[in-house]
Design a binder for this molecule. Structure first.
Ligand SMILES: Nc1ncnc2c1ncn2[C@@H]1O[C@H](COP(=O)(O)OP(=O)(O)OP(=O)(O)O)[C@@H](O)[C@H]1O
Ligand SMILES: [Mg+2]
Length: 388
């Protein structure tokens, strides 16, 4: 077992890819150096992260935010600035093969020249521990369950995606790792296999209590795999916590607009006379928001779709009163599995999504009162994005 500690870890790739998407230009603005080399990409920007012994930590974030780089740094596959510790041990000079880690990559990275068993055995051969192979493979097959034995004699090229995946997972656990690293291991599987495999992986993690870092951009996977999650954007870790805590109190507007499906509604607000003017209404903010803002300041206001209250029964829709507006919903998205419906409106050019029970009748294209309960409003600084 091991805990992991990243202290001020940065990683800059010297050469940017030939076609540099716009968002990566922005990356450079967060460079830790004053004059970053031209064309370089700061993939990790002063990352601090602690993963507790036996904990499963999910790294969640959009494409290109640095998730794989973070995992590769922890595995010892990339050079980096800053420090990486397993427990109290500085890992800078410890090669990957001596770190006691099992890694599962998105593309499986099986050894194509060996059959299934050879893939599991390779590590033991490399460490001159041949004597253990049969027993370890037997134990692993038992853990992996029904049908796994049949994969041991087959070459990787003859296996389906799901079978390759099982073999890759088996290879990672076979060596009794003290740390498991997963990089989007399920993204090549179809939806059904993905949902059954993630449960299987979570069972494995629970059973052995192995410290795990699990990279994904899928939120469902994140809720299942992570005791806690770390949310990344542009090389930085923005927030760490249990899903429900991060969901309830996003530390900044990026996390608010990322977590949830759909995520939080975010819109512009203006502080004015003890109120926040937004969405053509007056919102009543908690006093600390007024304490930390000045009159005339632009801020970002957020509310989760499930917190938006549609008042169908009001006698006449006039949007009168604080925290209340009048709008017509123009589109409904039904989610039978959730027994819910998502209602879409556009208020003053801003999209607003409300979630309601599936069996509730909500007329479309008709002005309705919508109430935004003040206790469910979130406020963020428009410049820094930070929660107020
Ligand atoms: N070997 C490399 N050389 C140059 N730039 C790289 C290299 N590897 C990654 N990068 C850049 O570093 C940034 C982070 O990449 P990384 O692969 O860690 O992202 P990611 O979060 O894993 O994305 P995805 O979800 O698409 O896998 C990106 O801008 C990427 O282009
Ligand atoms: Mg990646």
């Amino acid at each position: 077992m091991a805990s992991i500690h990243l202290v001020n870890v940065s990683k800059r790739f010297g050469q940017a890819p030939a076609s540099l998407p716009g968002e990566q230009h922005q990356l450079r603005r967060h460079a830790s150096d004053d004059a970053p080399p031209e064309g370089s990409v700061l993939a990790l920007d002063r990352v601090n992260l602690d993963v507790r012994d036996g904990e499963s930590m999910v790294i969640l974030g959009p494409s290109g935010c640095g998730k794989s780089t973070l995992l590769r740094v922890v595995a010892g596959l990339e050079s980096y600035d800053g420090d990486v510790f397993y427990d109290d041990r500085d890992m800078r000079d410890v090669p990957p093969k001596d770190r006691g880690i099992g890694i599962v990559f998105q593309n499986y990275a099986l050894y194509p020249q060996f059959e299934g068993k050879g893939n599991l055995a390779f590590f033991f051969r490399m460490h001159k521990r041949e004597a253990e192979i049969d027993e370890r493979v037997r134990q692993t097959a038992q853990i992996m369950g029904l049908g796994f034995d049949a994969l041991l004699g087959r070459m990787p090229s003859t296996l389906s995606g799901g079978q390759k995946q099982r073999l890759a997972i088996a290879r990672a656990i076979c060596r009794n790792p003290k740390l498991l690293l997963f990089d989007e291991p399920l993204s090549n599987l179809d939806a059904q296999l993905r949902s059954s495999t993630r449960i299987e992986i979570r069972r494995l993690i629970n059973r052995f209590g192995i410290t795990t870092l699990y990279v994904t951009h899928d939120q469902t996977e994140a809720t299942i795999m992570g005791d806690r999650l770390a949310i990344m954007d542009r090389g930085r870790v923005l927030q760490v916590g249990a899903y429900r805590d991060v969901y309830a109190r996003p530390a900044n507007a990026f996390v608010a607009g990322f977590l949830g499906s759909p995520p939080m509604n975010l819109f512009e607000g203006l502080v004015e006379g003890g109120r926040v003017l937004a969405l053509q209404t007056r919102l009543t903010p908690p006093t600390h928001v007024l304490d930390f803002t000045v009159r005339g300041q632009r801020i970002i206001v957020g509310i989760r779709p499930e917190d938006v209250v549609i008042e169908v029964d009001s006698a006449s829709a006039d949007g009168e009163g604080d925290n209340r507006l009048c709008t017509a919903f123009e589109l409904v998205e039904r989610l039978p599995a959730d027994r819910a419906q998502l209602l879409h409106a556009t208020v003053n050019g801003t999209r607003l999504i409300a979630r309601a029970p599936l069996d509730r009748h909500i007329p479309l294209h008709e002005p309705l009162n919508v109430f935004l309960p003040p206790e469910h409003l979130h406020f963020f600084n428009a410049q820094t994005g930070m929660r107020i």
